[in-house]
Design a protein around this ligand. Sequence first.
Ligand SMILES: *Cc1c(COP(=O)(O)O)cnc(C)c1O
Length: 373
Amino acid sequence: MIPQTNPKATYLEQKPAIDAAIRRVLDSGWYVGGEEVAAFEAEFAAWSGSRHAVAVASGTDALIVALRGLGVGPGDAVITVSHTAVATVAAIELTGATPVLVDVDHYWTLDPERLEALLANWPAEAPKAKALIPVHLYGQPAAMPALQAIADRHGLAVLEDNSQAHGAMLGGRMVGRWGKVAAYSLYPTKNLGAIGDGGIITTDDDALAEIMRALREYGWRQRYISDIAGMNSRLDPLQAAILRTKLTSLDHDTARRQAVAARYTEGLAGLAGLALPAVRDGAVPAWHQYVIDAGARRDALQAALREAGIGTLVHYPVPVHLQPAYKGRIVLGPGGLPRTEAAAGSILSLPMFPQLADADVAAVIAAVRRIWG
Ligand SMILES: *Cc1c(COP(=O)(O)O)cnc(C)c1O
């Protein structure tokens, strides 16, 4: 069986170093906060080229803490996409704000034209739009120059959801470096993954970083004194120590994902009716997923690949606005979300992880070509 993803492979590749990191924390006697977390934050800030990195307990919390740090709360609206992990939208509601969802473009990321149309027709009585969350889905950079220009014109703060795009580049600049602040998930299968939950937020804004540090720990600036109403969302030192080890191989792992993607793109070219991922001009994706569009043949292709011992997944089978918890009550941009709704029935994520062997990539390509006919 060729799995779609394989977080254990990264552990096994670095087992001695990760085991030693875990042992180091156990022996330290320091089990919340402390030097490991501070060191991981400093190393991640340096890796991302940001002034500050604030570690939290999950990617969802990274979005919540960043939004709250931007002053988003009840009575505000936040614009994002429905073609994303449900966490993006859940985080907005958990701050008390109202999500407003727009459709995606040809690259599966927030469509600047749809955003313009939404803002041009914003109802006077609706909550005021305060922030914009572009999601670099599958590791594909969103149209940041256009989105940032629109956000600037309308006074929206930009929070990049970087949970699938650690290290992706656009126009020679890393994603997460375009907006005011970026949130990353460190879930085990993400491009940089903990052995458990984790998240981190980056920004160059000193004041915002300071507020987010307070928010993640009871609103403390000084121990036992809550200046603002905060929460508990800390990354623990065990995860920080593991992530410090894994961060050393992140760029190498990204290069391996890019090599897998290049092989798929070459090997799967020329199949009529099977669309390969489009890459925006100037973009170097981080290839969290390699997502093909198989149209009406998606379910049959997935079943046949399973028969052939090849695991695939659909990211995501139901758009957020059609999920039971959200259906019928979420505000959508003008024209609805036709691309998002069509995608759910036609997309398929092929096996993608850094340790995927060349022979397995070749086997996936051969199987897809044979099944497609
Ligand atoms: C994984 C993910 C999240 C949520 O991260 P958790 O660590 O699971 O809370 C948010 N947004 C996107 C785009 C994701 O892929």
